[in-house]
Design a protein around this ligand. Structure first.
Ligand code: SAM
Length: 229
């Protein structure tokens, strides 16, 4: 899957993907990440990309022409990408939306805003607007990275063990069950004996109950959306 990011800060995209699963997915050619510098489409001698808001108000707004030119240039070279604008006003990213995005072959074009955001008319140039949560960042770059990582780990072949996707939080519509590793006792707190029993059916049932209980306590909203009894 291809990811193309339109940004004023392409340099931000190097180190976050230089380790772990993302680095492996890149090395194995399962994903590609290309940045496209919005400044190259800026206007005039100073490559201007922003301007004052009509009607007054604080801050600057990203002009539509450079963003449109960048989107057109990427589309001309890489047709068929699903065009996403990162904005706190978009569809909130959830595991289900990440799974939908993972099926958008040949890939995603992610437009990162800055300043007070983009001119309203940019919204007409994209297929979807996505928010990574109800808070405001200074730019769409980190949001684009979150989308890239959430989508990449759902692609076939990226995770060593695909089954872990079903078990982990949100995969089954619930939070994941509690996980333990060595030592058996840590600062007086022992691993639940059932996990040492070797009885896989009992362990499976215990984990399901724990996941359900934990979800009820911490995120009852998930159970309302996806009732599990
Ligand atoms: N004035 C805008 C508003 O109130 O909706 C916020 C603009 S924000 C300071 C600048 C840029 O950061 C946005 O254009 C967007 O690309 C990005 N951004 C900020 N918060 C975000 C979020 N929660 N999800 C996705 N992108 C976000």
């Amino acid at each position: 899957m291809q990811f193309h990011v339109i940004t004023l800060f392409p340099e931000m995209f190097t180190s976050p993907f230089s380790g772990g699963i993302m680095a492996r997915a890149l090395n194995n050619g399962l994903v590609t990440i290309q940045t496209h510098n919005l400044r190259e489409h800026g206007l005039g001698r100073y490559r201007q990309v922003d301007d004052e808001p009509y009607g007054g108000g604080s801050g600057m707004v990203m002009r539509p022409e450079p963003v449109a030119a960048a989107i057109d240039a990427v589309t001309a070279r890489h047709p068929g990408l699903w065009r996403v604008l990162l904005t706190p006003q978009g569809d909130v990213l959830r595991q289900s939306l990440a799974a939908e995005l993972a099926r958008r072959e040949p890939g995603l074009m992610l437009v990162a805003g800055r300043y007070e955001g983009v001119d309203e008319r940019v919204r007409e140039l994209v297929d979807q607007e996505i928010s990574i949560g109800d808070f405001v960042l200074s730019g769409g770059e980190l949001a684009a990275m979150v989308v890239i990582e959430a989508v990449t780990r759902l692609l076939p072949g990226v995770l060593g063990n695909q089954a872990s996707l079903d078990e982990e939080s949100f995969g089954s519509g619930m939070l994941e069950y509690p996980q333990y590793t060595r030592p058996e006792v840590f600062r007086g707190s022992a691993v639940p004996p059932i996990l040492l029993s070797g009885d896989h059916e009992k362990i499976r049932r215990w984990r399901r109950e724990q996941a359900l209980e934990r979800t009820r306590r911490r995120r009852p909203d998930l159970l309302v959306k996806n009732p599990r009894g």
